[in-house]
Design a binder for this molecule. Structure first.
Ligand code: KG4
Ligand code: ZN
Length: 402
């Protein structure tokens, strides 16, 4: 079965054509075509996604991208109908409806977060990875349930438990900002371009590499001392650098007794720390008060704080649910350090849990994941996503839990 999928929930316009087949123990998905246009550079001056600009860009980009697909044959159309920015979602929906009408094809409404989850469970078979997933074959099989997913993106941060296929329970979530949003805002404080997640990650890696070379000296001025509660528990984390600096960001909610997280306090603490630092710098350095080295050290401390929180909360979630599979999905799942820390946690403490890490090609927003999600439902015989009479609307806050 071939599906044409459309994704416009945020600042990526995506159209993909994916073929799905049932196999003995699961499904196989082949990306026939994958067209993706990022608007990130246009939103960069605003430091975040500007909904009306996103809407206009999707409107402009969709027909351009669709040119590549207009001679293709497919059996159904899938479109993201939430969660996301409603003006942006509507563009994809109207476009999908138009094609469905013209071709007299069924239309399926897909949840963006469920797509992150399902596509992260699917695995490539040792193929070379590149930035797009064109020509890639993904297999979705042998998923042991219950499965726990940590979904981390620009708009969402949640622990989702799947006891049965397509049945989701949110067992923890952010009480305020999404972690991707926090990465982007802290990056902005450091005058790094939007989207800031990858920028912070690059800088933090530099600081860690430098610290490794001069082992034991920590991250320099913005050195990271681990919080006592984290350092003393067996969280499967790398040996913290021995440091002396009192400059340290908080690890919020570690003692909350829940799987919930919170990032607004971390963001504010980062802002205050930078302000304090700026006070001490000579006025000629006002424009960019941090040296490159200090910026990198600060980025590493921030990333450490985020990773400490997720390692601790993942441990709690795995203990509480007895999950057999753990998977991470969403844009922030591309973060190398977070991937490593979680992998280490599972390897050392949960040898029976299978950790599925998404291919980088599938972590950011794209239409391939929307197709894979729709195909998983359809090939399982579940037609609940079908929108009869093309009756579909954008739902900005659509939950994965139904
Ligand atoms: O899932 P996604 O592409 O879009 C939403 O659905 O929100 O996630 C985008 C978010 C942005 O906040 C971006 O900064 C973050 O993912 N991100 C990263 C990395 N790559 C993307 N955050 C941390 N480290 C990364 N390597
Ligand atoms: Zn997303």
């Amino acid at each position: 079965m071939k599906i044409l999928a459309i994704e416009t929930s945020c600042d990526e316009t995506g159209i993909a054509l994916v073929e799905g087949k049932k196999t003995e123990n699961g499904f196989v998905f082949t990306t026939i075509k994958d067209a993706l246009l990022s608007q990130a550079h246009l939103h960069a001056p605003y430091g975040g996604v500007y909904p009306n600009l996103a809407k206009r860009e999707h409107e402009k980009n969709l027909p351009v991208l669709y040119e590549q697909f207009k001679n293709d044959e497919f059996d159904a159309i899938a479109v993201t109908h939430g969660p996301g920015l409603e003006p942006a979602l509507w563009q994809g929906i109207e476009f999908a409806k138009k094609i469905a009408k013209e071709r007299n094809l069924p239309l399926f409404g897909v949840n963006h977060m469920e797509s992150h989850l399902i596509s992260s469970l699917a695995q490539t078979q040792g193929q070379t990875l590149n930035q797009d997933s064109q020509g890639l074959t993904f297999e979705l099989k042998n998923v042991k349930l219950p499965a726990l997913a940590l979904l981390v993106s620009g708009g969402h941060t949640e622990f989702v438990l799947m006891r049965e296929w397509f049945n989701y329970e949110v067992i923890g979530q952010t009480l305020d900002d999404a972690v991707g949003e926090c990465f982007d805002k802290v990056a902005r404080m450091l005058k790094l371009p939007y989207p800031g997640g990858p920028e912070i990650s690059k800088l933090a890696d530099e600081a860690r590499n430098a610290a490794r070379k001069t082992a034991g000296s920590g991250y320099g001025d913005f050195a990271a001392a681990k919080s006592p509660e984290v350092a003393s528990s067996s969280l499967g984390e790398p040996t913290p650098p021995a440091v002396s600096s009192p400059l340290r960001l908080p690890r919020p909610m570690l003692q909350s007794g829940t799987c919930d997280v919170s990032f607004s306090g971390l963001k504010t603490a980062a802002l205050y720390m930078l302000r304090e630092h700026a006070k001490g710098t000579p006025s000629k350095a006002k424009e960019s008060p941090l040296t490159e080295e200090e910026k990198a050290a600060f980025a590493a401390e921030f990333e450490d704080a985020v990773a400490d929180v997720f390692v601790s909360k993942t441990k709690r979630a795995l203990n509480e649910t007895g999950a057999q599979t753990f998977v991470i999905g969403g844009g922030v799942a591309a973060n190398r350090y977070l991937r490593e820390r979680l992998q280490q946690l599972v390897l050392e403490n949960y040898p029976d849990v299978e950790f599925r890490l998404p291919e980088l090609a599938i972590t950011g927003d794209n239409a391939v994941m929307i197709a894979q999600c729709a195909l998983t439902h359809l090939l399982s015989g579940d037609w609940s996503l079908l929108r009869l009479d093309l009756d579909i609307r954008a739902i900005g806050n659509l939950s994965i839990a139904g």
